[in-house]
Design a protein around this ligand. Structure first.
Ligand SMILES: Cc1cc2nc3c(=O)[nH]c(=O)nc-3n(C[C@H](O)[C@H](O)[C@H](O)COP(=O)(O)O)c2cc1C
Length: 366
């Protein structure tokens, strides 16, 4: 039904402009979130979770280990709808300290034959202050909320730490965990923050800030999400999201820093700047600048998760993301060592049924 009827209609929105289809879908979900009864009707079709899926990871209770990846609902406008579609958690953002328009359009491309997407959105978002205000308006969402923070384009790299810390301060009370995005290919210089020296400085500052905020009762209380974070007084979990394009040596160095500073986990992976695994029909679009997601990432993300798991002896929880187009792709990430998974591009190509099928598949396996 999704592939034969709904997807072709969505693709025609905005005369085939992928970003228009994305915006209209998101705003449709937002409107639906406000209609009494609509969320529960949707939830009856997609949102009921089979028994046995819930799990606690880095001190947070997840009703299902299948989450919505960062970038889909950057400004958190449709949060009640995601749980109704079967997601067990949502990562909003990436947001930056300063609101910013992102890169010039077009900046989102569908590579249909490859079930892939290239994006160079460039962190278009309303800013962390606006996100804090929006999150203040939600009650208990019934699932944990992750908040992804990144660097504003106007902020020079040498001031990046302050930019991230500002967003953490504004958003601390609303998140169940925080994702430090140092891996988007679309903000110049951002990925150099994955280097050991830069990363140590950034993570140490964020950890100090989280520790300080956790002793402030007003700032600590989780007001969106489920409030399910670890014990009172513990700083909330901070995770690092990495690129799939790092060498194994660079990953190992990064993991050394993460262990030393005490991050709660790794999110692997962001989009790739590589262009392997594309169908011949999509080759013309391969020259578009930006990060590639979807099917061509399936192998790469599983390999990266397996490497992180082996290198850390399973001590650091991993959120596996990249190329889940089918429930078996999610299983592969769990087999490689992930504790949770996320998806985005699979939702574009396979629709919300993918989330329901993945939940059922995982429940059967467990
Ligand atoms: C249009 C688009 C925008 C994205 N924006 C972000 C973002 O703001 N922050 C982030 O950490 N990841 C972002 N991502 C990356 C996804 O969160 C995910 O890591 C990646 O797409 C791989 O998963 P997938 O193959 O299931 O899409 C974006 C992906 C897409 C397709």
């Amino acid at each position: 039904m999704y592939r034969r009827v709904i997807r072709p209609l969505l693709y025609r929105l905005g005369k085939g402009d992928a970003e228009v289809a994305h915006e209209q879908t998101l705003h449709g979900l937002r409107r639906l979130s406000r209609v009494p009864g609509a969320v529960s009707a949707l939830s009856r079709s997609y949102g009921s979770l089979p028994a046995g899926l819930a799990r606690t990871v880095f001190g947070v209770r997840f009703p299902s280990p299948v989450g919505l990846a960062a970038g889909m609902d950057k400004n958190g406008i449709a949060l009640p709808a995601w749980r109704a579609l079967g997601f067990g958690f949502v990562e909003v953002g990436t947001v930056t300290a300063h609101p910013q328009p992102g890169n010039p359009k077009p900046r989102l491309f569908r590579l249909v034959e490859s079930e892939a997407v290239i994006n160079r959105m460039g962190f278009n978002n309303l800013g962390s202050e606006a996100l804090a205000q929006r999150l203040a308006g939600y009650g208990d969402l019934g699932y944990p909320l992750g908040i992804s923070i990144g660097k504003s384009k106007v902020t020079p790299l040498e001031d990046a730490v302050e930019d991230y810390v500002t967003s953490l301060q504004r958003l601390y009370r609303y998140g169940d965990y925080f994702a430090v995005n140092v891996s988007s290919p679309n903000t110049p210089g951002l990925r150099s923050l994955q280097d050991a020296g830069h990363l140590r400085e950034l993570l140490t500052a964020l950890h100090h800030e989280a520790a300080a905020l956790s002793t402030d009762p007003g700032a600590r209380r989780t007001e969106a999400g489920t409030g399910a974070a670890s014990g009172a007084g513990d700083p909330k979990p901070i995770l690092v999201k990495i690129a799939p394009d790092l060498t194994e040596q660079a990953i190992d160095e990064l993991l050394g820093v993460c262990t030393e500073v005490g991050v709660a986990g790794i999110i692997a992976t962001n989009t790739t700047i590589g262009r392997t695994g594309l169908a011949p029909a999509d080759e013309p679009l391969a020259t578009e600048a930006g990060g590639l997601s979807g099917q061509p990432l399936t192998e790469i993300s599983a390999k990266t998760v397996a490497h992180i798991y082996a290198e850390t002896g399973g001590a650091l929880p991993i959120i596996g993301v990249g190329g889940i187009l089918d429930p078996n792709d999610a299983s592969r990430l769990f087999d490689a060592g992930a504790s949770l998974v996320q998806l985005y591009t699979g939702l574009i190509y396979r629709g919300p049924g993918l989330v329901r099928r993945t939940n059922r598949h995982l429940a059967r396996q467990l």
